[in-house]
Design a binder for this molecule. Sequence first.
Ligand code: AMP
Ligand code: MG
Length: 464
Amino acid sequence: MVFSFDTTYKQLDSDLYSIVTPKRIADPEVLVLNEGLCADLGLDTAKLNAQILAGQDPPEEPIAQAYAGHQYGSFTNLGDGRAMILGEYVHDGERYDIQLKGSGRTPYSGRGDGNATVSSMLREYLYSYAMQSLNIKTSRSMAVVETDEAVERRRTEPGAILVRVMNSHIRYGTFQYVANQASDELQRFTDYVIDRHYPKLRQRDRTYLEFFDAVMQSSIEMVVDWLRVGFVHGVMNTDNMSIDGETFDYGPCAFMNYYDEETVFSSIDKHGRYAFGNQRPILRWNLRRFAEALQPLCTQSALTYDELEIKLDEFEDRFDAHYYTMMQKKLGINADGEKALVDEFVEWLRKSNADYTNAFLELETPGTFDDPMFATAKFEQLREQLATVGLDDTLMQEANPRYVPRNHLVEEALDEYLETGELSKFKMLLTVLETPYTSKDIGSQFQQPPPREFDADYTTYCNT
Ligand code: AMP
Ligand code: MG
């Protein structure tokens, strides 16, 4: 067997998961397989056939996890409605969940059909691949397997299963679920999560407080990375916030092109709750919900809620510290203390509405883009100011991608597959995004933002 599992989650209280069976699929077909990821996991791709990747005859009983979450501000009980963990796979001392998404109904499906469309699973594959290549901590996609049924959404499409790999799928919402449904279990569950993700904290005096601190830290680092590359997650419900700072749940996500902190693409995010510039305050809001979920520990251990509040109060300063360090790197500044210049540049981005990715490349190498935005006196003046303290090539090349998934190119690639069954545009995009910090001699189309009208109308969807 290619996969051998050691699924520790099954040793937890049985309220936390359900045993499930992936749906039968007559004729699964592997559309894409992530060779790099398989190599990282020491898996022999020759043995990973469609049957295995589609969870047919799994080596042990898969599970669906129970969790809760604040969705757009309202608390709900949830769980994996269309995802199943095949098992935990251990390689080189690291533990990974191997999960199928779109593998059929579970006890948590509600009215959902348990399925996923092929375009949405290819989309998740592409974004997670891009994020990994951008050096951002993320879930990874091992494969997309097309299934034989037709899935009805906005359009009817073939179904597909995504094989997703994460350090774990434990989220803020899992803690919310345990606190609400099985609070007696919270301490044991927290100890499990600390052992699995933050084992160094075991030796500390104030383990639970340090755990909260570590989760806050990993989440801050994740969101600062999103701001670095212009990523809009799109659905930062607490059930989509990983306990280990892994970006995941690539549903309505997209990259912002024209700088605007109000950028939202998700069809249901009418009020901009998860807009590009709202990701920071929403993270803080989510962390408060996470702190509340830890409250039962305060009666079971030395932890007090006041201590959690004090930690939360550190949020703004800690986020700022990371944010400014990151932005200074983007501007090639190798020191602290240039916050005013960062703010001034961001103010220019706000006013000019310039392409976020290309603005930094243009600072690095003037004349790269033929865009009137970059020929203004203000841009030139900012560049001159920056030249005295920053514009260090090496720093800039590490922080500023040359390529991000451009919304129109992603859609063209997915449409090509749906219309012709060809994956040539999709694979070309993957090739470009595999090394996003390296300039390539491939023509400018991969660096051009879509027309402004395209982005203004661009809409992405959840649960497709
Ligand atoms: P998301 O917004 O993608 O995080 O999903 C929220 C919840 O809806 C999760 O519990 C999912 O498992 C569930 N869900 C989404 N789509 C489906 C579907 N087609 N069938 C069953 N459950 C679903
Ligand atoms: Mg989710």
